[in-house]
Every structure is written in structure tokens, then in C-alpha cells.
Design a protein around this ligand. Structure first.
Ligand SMILES: [Zn+2]
Length: 134
């Protein structure tokens, strides 16, 4: 292919027709549906978290993940008071939420022992019977 042909093709690509109003409406419809699906998934996730009494959060901001090895923490959905242990909703099992720089909810709902804070895991085993919604 000559340089002329390559340039000609590039120019043709740039001249691709503008989407028609119908195409644009269709794309907006698809985007709105995808946003609605995400919203519903998020709500379902929150409901399940309330029912079982906990969710997972990372002390590492989502945008930092990949560069750091932040562990997941098990975060309470309801107050927990057993003996000397007292936690508020939003606290991690291992320590109160205000002792973290931040806790960021994550989408995964499954506890993976190798990714989870050891102390949270230990406390989860001990207190899981108290976590479920009454
Ligand atoms: Zn923890």
C-alpha cells in the first residue's frame, strides 16, 4: 500500500458520517439501561449486605488498587456489642472505622482468606453468629 493510499484511508475514516438522531437516541437508551442495571446491582448488593450484616471494604482507595497490597476488611452493617467488643455500623471488625484513613466498599461479596485482614477473619469466625440481621 502506498503512502497515498494510507493517507486516503485515514481521511476517509475521519469523514465517517455523524450518527443520525436515531443512532444517537439508541446509544443514549443503551447507556441509560446500563446505568440502571448498575444501580439495581448496587442496591441488591447493599440489601444482601444488610441481611447478612457485613460487607467488604478496602483501606486502599479503589484507584490505588493494584499498586498496593491492601487487605480487605469485614465491615459491619449494624452495631455489634458482645462482651467488651463494641462496634458501630461502618466499623471494621478488627478496629473502628475512624482508625483507618478511609474504608472503601468493594463490589466483591465473597471472603477470600488470603485477601482478607487476618484479624478481621479471626473475629469473623468468633462473632459471625452475632452479625446477621435479627
Ligand atoms: Zn481488618
Amino acid at each position: 500500500m502506498s503512502m497515498y493510499d494510507i493517507i486516503k484511508r485515514l481521511v476517509e475514516k475521519c469523514d465517517a458520517p455523524e450518527p443520525t438522531p436515531e443512532e444517537r437516541a439508541e446509544r443514549e437508551q443503551r447507556e441509560a439501561e446500563a446505568a440502571e442495571t448498575r444501580r439495581l446491582e448496587q442496591e441488591a448488593r447493599k440489601r444482601r449486605a444488610r441481611e447478612r450484616g457485613w460487607s467488604l471494604a478496602s483501606a486502599t482507595h479503589p484507584s490505588d488498587r493494584g499498586q498496593s497490597h491492601g487487605k480487605d476488611h469485614i465491615v459491619l452493617e449494624a452495631p455489634l456489642k458482645v462482651g467488651r467488643l463494641e462496634r458501630e455500623p461502618g466499623d471494621a471488625l478488627c478496629k473502628p472505622g475512624d482508625r483507618f484513613w478511609g474504608l472503601y466498599g468493594i463490589e466483591r461479596e465473597e471472603i477470600k482468606p488470603s485477601w482478607t485482614c487476618k484479624r478481621c477473619l479471626k473475629m469473623f469466625d468468633r462473632y459471625k453468629g452475632h452479625l446477621e440481621e435479627n
